[in-house]
Structure formats: C-alpha cells, structure tokens
Write a protein that binds this ligand. Structure first.
Ligand code: FES
Length: 109
C-alpha cells in the first residue's frame, strides 16, 4: 500500500446521518457516507456500471445503487445484493479539524 498525503473531502457536518455526499478530489470522485454518525468513504462509481453511489439510497449500513439496485455494505465495500458482485474501494477516514480526510494513494500499488 502506498502512503501519500491526507486530503480533506468535505466537512463532517456537510453529511447528515443516513445521507451521502459526492466529493471530487484530484480527478477522482468519492462518496462520503454518514452511517449513524460514523463517516465512511468509498469510490462513487458503482462496480457494476455507471451508477453514482452518492446518489443512491442509504438503507441502514448499506447503499443501494440508483442504476440497477445493486447493494453494498458501506463500511467494508462488500457487494451484498445482485447485480453488484465486485466490492467497492473504501478509504480509511481521519477526521481532522472537523474535515473528512483520506489518503487518496491508499489504493495505489
Ligand atoms: S450500475 Fe450499480 S448496480 Fe448496476
């Protein structure tokens, strides 16, 4: 795993509980989720197709893709309902000064 710099995606207070937010950074698009106060970051694009998961439906600890209704466990990225089968990339979140921060290089080889 490569280690890079932490970058802020948004403020913690920008994402209400049970909601998601789209965040762009360095040419990549992320989905920031608030699951009952716990913040998680995944890739925004569904692994099954062009669905944007930040526009999906948060159902407890899962997100349903708005395109074909595949589902993912938000914290782990695991696909939980067809037609989604491939997991999402998830980033480790650090909250610094009220900002949601990740290291975008975490998934680079
Ligand atoms: S694009 Fe997300 S389930 Fe098909």
């Amino acid at each position: 795993m490569k280690v890079g710099k932490l970058v802020p995606l948004c403020g913690v207070s920008d994402v209400a509980s049970g909601c998601a937010l789209r965040a762009e950074c360095g040419g990549s698009v992320y989905a920031v989720f608030n699951v009952e106060g716990a913040i998680h970051v995944t890739q925004d694009e569904c692994t099954h197709g062009p669905g944007s998961l930040s526009e999906g439906y948060v159902l407890d600890d899962e997100v349903e893709c708005p395109f074909h209704q595949g589902r993912f466990h938000i914290a782990s990225g695991r696909a939980t309902f067809a037609p989604a089968t491939e997991p999402l990339k998830v980033w480790k979140v650090q909250i610094i000064d009220g900002k949601v921060c990740i290291d975008p290089a975490e998934h680079e080889a």
